[in-house]
Ligand binder design. Structure first.
Ligand code: GLP
Length: 243
């Protein structure tokens, strides 16, 4: 696990966008693993800018998102599908057929999870997986005490995660309590992993993930076992690291 420190949110967003752009330029039909939340928004803006400048072409790029809320229709403005279209896909020349997000409205959860796992495998696994981190150290929606061998599955969200995500909803009661998320196994099969973290509220989770023991209690700590994982942190997120 390598740590790259940058000054602030903008520096982090640019750095990750440059890495993603290099990947796309080296392999035009690469498979990207994408995340939602506030953290990657700046990176998506940078990638849109690079696309508009003619520096990258998304024509053959394939994407898999980490997760989707369970029970929220695709066209609902709170769905991750909506988020991805609004913040990224609608602004680039990606073929929407090549963008994959778990179907949160499925009536056969097991079958949907199997379909998602098989599709990732069929595409040759993920070349670069981008991750944010939850305050409790979750990645995707893999909450503490997750089994490291998990593949795509239905998750019950922790109370703290529901609370953190309530900032995007009018009422906390409207925040979904369940989601379909890639598992730790899917994430660990990615060839390269980039975890981004910005802000002081992520500093404890980052410290535990980097310096704590590898444990399902802090899902992000599993990245210590990945052969090509990078943490791109701004000064505030890195502020509690001892080295
Ligand atoms: C959600 C998402 C994660 C994301 C996390 C942190 O739980 N499922 O993929 O990393 O939130 O979000 P933020 O970047 O807004 O802090």
């Amino acid at each position: 696990m390598r740590i790259i420190k940058v000054k602030d949110y903008q520096g982090m967003s640019k750095k990750v966008a440059i890495i993603m752009a290099s990947q796309i330029n080296m392999k035009s039909d690469c498979v990207l693993g994408l995340a939602t939340g506030d953290t990657p928004l700046g990176m998506y803006n940078e990638l849109v800018y690079m696309y508009k400048e003619g520096l990258i072409d998304f024509k053959d790029v394939i994407t898999f998102n980490l997760d989707e809320y369970y029970g929220i229709p695709k066209d609902n403005s709170q769905s991750y599908k909506y988020y991805m279209n609004k913040n990224f896909f609608n602004h680039i020349n990606i073929d929407l057929e090549n963008t994959h997000i778990p179907n949160g409205m499925t009536d056969d959860i097991e079958e949907e999870c199997r379909r998602y796992d098989n599709l990732i495998k069929k595409m040759g696994n993920i070349d670069i997986q981008v991750l944010g981190i939850g305050r409790n150290g979750h990645i995707g929606f893999n909450e503490p005490d997750i089994q490291f061998e998990s593949c795509t599955h239905l998750v019950e969200l922790d109370e703290g995660t529901v609370k953190a995500n309530s900032r995007f909803f009018d009422n906390i009661e409207d925040v979904p309590k369940k989601a379909i998320s890639m598992g730790i196994k899917n994430i660990m099969h990615a060839k390269k992993i980039i975890l981004m973290a910005s802000g002081e509220e992520k500093a404890d989770a980052v410290k535990k993930a980097v310096e704590g023991s590898i444990s399902p209690e802090v899902p992000a700590s599993v990245l210590q076992l990945h052969p090509d994982a990078y943490l791109i942190l701004d000064e505030a997120a890195a502020s509690k690291l001892s080295k």
